[in-house]
Design a binder for this molecule. Structure first.
Ligand SMILES: *[C@@H]1O[C@H](CO)[C@@H](O)[C@H](O)[C@H]1NC(C)=O
Ligand SMILES: *[C@@H]1O[C@H](CO)[C@@H](O)[C@H](O)[C@H]1NC(C)=O
Ligand SMILES: *[C@@H]1O[C@H](CO)[C@@H](O)[C@H](O)[C@H]1NC(C)=O
Ligand SMILES: *[C@@H]1O[C@H](CO)[C@@H](O)[C@H](O)[C@H]1NC(C)=O
Ligand SMILES: *[C@@H]1O[C@H](CO)[C@@H](O)[C@H](O)[C@H]1NC(C)=O
Length: 452
């Protein structure tokens, strides 16, 4: 009885905790301002007024001038009196960049907001981050949902199962909850969806019951209102999965593929974006910038107005190749032979295309307004991608032509540098997706521990 009372007195209202967490996160972001120097979501500037859900938006006023500058920087190049350089006709450049080691160092730094901070924090994270996983028996009737499954994860939602497998094998796991910085809710949204006993309609109840159960059985959830808990989901169904477990949505760290500023279920800065990546094996193929003859490429299902618009606009273009649905020629060939590869929002904001583009050394063009891009608080997306507002589809060619060849080579070079952060490995390696997600969790880890 006295134990219960003591716990009760320690119980802080979850919404107060949420408030404290968000203040701390905001404070953290401001105090480490360089981490978020450049916001990738310049596109929302154009849509700000028409957005009905602005309340969902954490507007960072300090960043706004920067964003405007950035947008200007990207789009304003057509003011030049020079005609747009046609990259196809440029003399083949010898990649001068690699001749100067100084430049190389500079370039490496460019993909990060602050590489020194990252390196330092990464080491600390790698050394000290500890995660407790709620234990489940192998013969649990829902072992398929709660444990790592042996089959090789495949397809669009692989990131979810790859993460779990990597975590279970990693040195971040602790069996001692007192030592833990974070608690992992190990349920798999994709496997719930595929399990007839749960299915799409049963996911919300499953999650609610799961959280009720662990908060009865263990003291950790109640202590923080879930603020030091996290889950990982890649399937978009995950975005409505927490509707009945509202404190998961409000307090826990949601690491998801469908990370949009436009969704009420996603809280930027508290939550984190994980890239949607197909599993890949073997060495990654590549092609030099000068041998990429096509300007830009897109192929995909017509499942959004944006894509319809993209196809309608560039259907017959000789430089921007857009395809409705699957192509007859290999997808990889198109990715290897194009300078830019378009990630166009479809049914969801996220697709595997960014990962595909990077894998094949193609500079991604992001046409997905409000996408909270993966690792946006670590990497400077401006330096290895081109972010275009959906309102500027008509100007796409103009925008891409305005990027001169040397700048393109820099972007492409940076793509080669960031690639490794968008790859899963069967045995995870430093700086791969798994470790980047660990890092995202690390910078979001509970600042509430001292309240216990
Ligand atoms: C780019 O050019 C178009 C017309 O050529 C013009 O309307 C637009 O304002 C220019 N954009 C910028 C950012 O200067
Ligand atoms: C991270 O930790 C692992 C295991 O202790 C170690 O092998 C690896 O070298 C570390 N990486 C870095 C960058 O510190
Ligand atoms: C946590 O809080 C819930 C709801 O207030 C309560 O039912 C549960 O018993 C608490 N858990 C523990 C371990 O005290
Ligand atoms: C595309 O080009 C072909 C041949 O150049 C032409 O026959 C066709 O009408 C064009 N389609 C559109 C939509 O412009
Ligand atoms: C990298 O981004 C910064 C601004 O964030 C910009 O000044 C610099 O020119 C960019 N470099 C490349 C290669 O895009």
């Amino acid at each position: 009885m006295s134990r219960l009372n003591r716990k009760g007195s320690m119980l802080i209202k979850p919404n107060i905790i949420a408030l404290i967490t968000s203040s701390l996160i905001v404070f953290y972001i401001f105090s480490s301002s360089r981490l978020i120097l450049l916001h990738p979501h310049q596109t929302w500037i154009h849509n700000l007024d028409s957005s009905p859900k602005l309340r969902d938006f954490v507007v960072d006023h300090h960043n706004k001038p920067k964003q405007d500058e950035a947008t200007h920087h990207l789009l304003a190049k057509n003011t030049s009196s020079e005609p747009f350089p046609n990259t196809h006709h440029l003399p083949k450049p010898k990649l001068q960049l690699s001749s100067s080691t100084e430049k190389k160092v500079e370039m490496k730094k460019e993909i990060f907001h602050d590489k020194d901070v990252f390196n330092e924090e990464y080491k600390e994270m790698n050394r000290s981050l500890k995660i407790y996983v709620y234990p489940h028996k192998k013969d649990d009737p829902f072992a398929n949902i709660l444990l790592a499954v042996d089959d090789e994860p495949l397809g669009n939602y692989a990131s979810e199962s790859y993460f779990k497998k990597s975590l279970f094998k990693s040195h971040f796991i602790t069996k001692d909850p007192k030592e833990a910085d974070l608690f992992y809710l190990p349920f798999s949204i994709t496997n719930m969806r595929n399990d007839k006993r749960v299915g799409v309609s049963g996911i919300q109840d499953f999650v609610k019951e799961y959280v009720d159960e662990i908060s009865e059985k263990y003291p950790y959830w109640n202590k923080s209102g879930g603020a030091d808990h996290f889950y990982v989901a890649c399937h978009s169904i995950g975005r409505s999965s927490m509707e009945k477990a509202i404190h998961v949505k409000l307090n826990a760290i949601q690491v998801v593929c469908s990370s949009s500023y436009f969704l009420s279920s996603y809280v930027p800065h508290k939550d984190a974006s994980i890239p949607q990546i197909w599993p890949r094996k073997g060495p990654s193929p590549t092609n030099a910038p000068s041998r990429r003859k096509k300007l830009a490429f897109f192929a995909g299902a017509m499942n959004s107005r944006l894509r319809e618009n993209l196809i309608k606009t560039w259907n017959n273009d000789s430089e921007i190749m857009v395809h409705r649905g699957r192509m007859k020629t290999p997808y990889s060939e198109a990715l290897l032979n194009s300078k830019y590869c378009i990630h166009a929002k479809g049914f969801e904001i996220n697709t595997a295309r960014i990962g595909d583009a990077l894998y094949y050394g193609c500079v991604p063009v992001i046409l997905a307004d409000h996408y909270d891009l993966p690792y946006a608080d670590i990497l400077n997306w401006e330096n290895f991608s081109v972010i275009v507002s959906s309102l500027d589809i008509q100007k796409l060619k103009q925008i891409l032509h305005a990027i001169d060849y040397n700048h393109y080579v820099k972007l492409q070079n940076n793509v080669m540098q960031v690639k490794k952060h968008f790859l899963w490995n069967s045995f995870s390696k430093d700086f791969d997706i798994f470790h980047m997600v660990m890092y995202e969790l690390w910078i979001r880890r509970s600042h509430l521990r001292h309240f216990y």
